[in-house]
Design a protein around this ligand. Structure first.
Ligand code: AMP
Ligand code: GLY
Length: 420
């Protein structure tokens, strides 16, 4: 099988790595990829939100199967165009991708599916939104409706912060994503992520994870795309997974199918757990980054078979072979992230990390220049390890980091603390 993966982050490096473990992969192209991906696959430079460019690449490389990593091409309808051209695709249609691209759409689906989630109201008028905030008080959560690169959610612990967020959103701080605003009840509890493959009809759970969104140790400081993750998430017990499937995910998939827009791909449910109950915080229509890295290290080669089965609508007969293991990934980011940071610093010592089926340094924001690896992103490396226990996996990941020489980068030393 000739395979194309779209994306350029640590998520796509881990997908590429898992795909390459599988002998069914004859050729792997990743577009646009990064320096780490280039060590295991061929990288192609195309605009992945331009379906025409992606289609031309598929034809030139005789691609059989396309795996779409990030949300932007999905929201742009790239999966639809590829399917129309007869390609096998892992990833939802543009209409189904609204489960991530529009917060109010997700709320409407939850209403129809009777899925437990935060109470909400949605607004296109700032005065009405302010009145609602004054009526309900803080804490309260303000969300830009559209895609805002993870920055469109304000958890306001006091009323003034909530009112300021309304000014920002309707003032255009998030562009068109903020023209509509969802205001939600603040949910307390512990957050965890649940990953389920879908083929329009069948839902197949493939794992749980927890990430660390804050930049600082002890989960303090600014929000980031994620500073580390581990799998499994002990808080998501078998019973809670079953509840989330029965009450949230299956009814969502049934509602999407009923509307004539069945969901295909991976559905990433962000859940809030309190008093033995899971409620939906949000859906993403892709793998989490860096959650994907720990899932791929645990699944290995079978990840390709599972994604392929999802794309061919054969999930009813698919099985996941679970090892009783744990994986962790620690993000190394450029000093200054998530604020402004310098690009172009050289990373040394990567050769000291011996990579095997339990140890991988996935690249997120790197390029190769003059035979050296340089940092070009905010999140730069994902140092990932697997072990019989979370503690063992964690010790190994930090031992790998000890060998990496990159003074212009930093990482959190406490990834996994909640589960240890
Ligand atoms: P989202 O982009 O919807 O995942 O929101 C980003 C983060 O904001 C989530 O991971 C939660 O930590 C937090 N959050 C979102 N909605 C709520 C809510 N209704 N109650 C409490 N926290 C929330
Ligand atoms: N790590 C969070 C996300 O991928 O959305």
């Amino acid at each position: 099988m000739n395979i194309l993966i779209l994306g350029s982050g640590g998520r796509e490096h881990s997908l590429a790595w898992a795909v390459m473990q599988n002998p069914k992969c004859d050729k792997l192209i990743v577009a646009p990829g990064n320096a780490g991906i280039a060590q295991i696959a061929t990288c192609a430079s195309v605009d992945i939100e331009d379906a025409g460019e992606v289609l031309a690449l598929c034809e030139a490389e005789t691609i059989d199967f396309v795996i779409i990593g990030p949300e932007a091409p999905l929201a742009a309808g790239v999966a639809d165009r590829l399917r129309d051209a007869g390609l096998l695709v892992f990833g939802p249609s543009k209409e189904a991708a609204r489960l991530e691209a529009s917060k109010s759409f997700t709320k409407e689906i939850c209403d129809a599916a009777k899925a437990p989630t935060a109470a909400y109201a949605h607004f296109t008028d700032a005065d009405a939104a302010r009145a609602y905030i004054r009526e309900n008080g803080a804490p309260i959560v303000i969300k830009a409706d559209g895609l805002a690169a993870g920055k469109g959610v304000i958890v306001a612990m006091d009323e003034q912060t909530a009112l300021d967020a309304i000014d920002d959103m309707f003032g255009g701080a998030f562009g068109s994503a903020g023209a509509e605003v969802v205001i939600e009840e603040f949910m307390e509890g512990e957050e965890a992520s649940f990953f389920v493959l879908c083929d329009g009809k069948t839902a197949l759970p493939i794992g749980t994870a927890q990430d660390h969104k804050r930049v600082g140790e002890g989960d303090t400081g600014l929000n980031t795309g994620g500073m580390g993750a581990y799998s499994p998430a002990p808080v998501l017990t078998e019973a809670l997974q079953k509840q989330a499937l029965d009450q949230i995910i299956e009814p969502t998939l049934a509602e999407m199918a009923r509307r004539g827009t069945p969901y295909h791909g991976v559905l990433y449910a962000g859940l809030m757990i309190k008093d033995g109950q899971a409620r939906l915080v949000e859906y993403n229509v892709r793998f989490g980054d860096p959650e994907c890295q720990v899932l791929m290290l645990r699944l290995g080669a079978q990840a390709l078979d599972l994604m392929h089965a999802a794309a061919e609508e054969r999930l009813a007969e698919a099985r996941v072979n679970w090892a009783d293991d744990h994986a962790i990934t620690v993000v190394m980011a450029a000093n200054g992230y998530p604020g402004s940071y310098e690009k172009g610093s050289v990373i040394k010592g990567l050769d000291s990390c011996s990579e095997d089926s339990s140890h991988m340094v996935f690249h997120a924001g790197t390029t190769a220049k003059d035979g050296q690896i340089t940092a070009t992103g905010g999140r730069v490396l994902n140092v990932t390890a697997r072990g019989a226990t979370l503690q063992e996996a964690r010790d190994q990941a930090y031992a790998m980091i000890d060998g990496i020489d990159w003074p212009q980068g930093f990482y959190r030393r406490d990834i996994g603390w909640r589960a240890l």
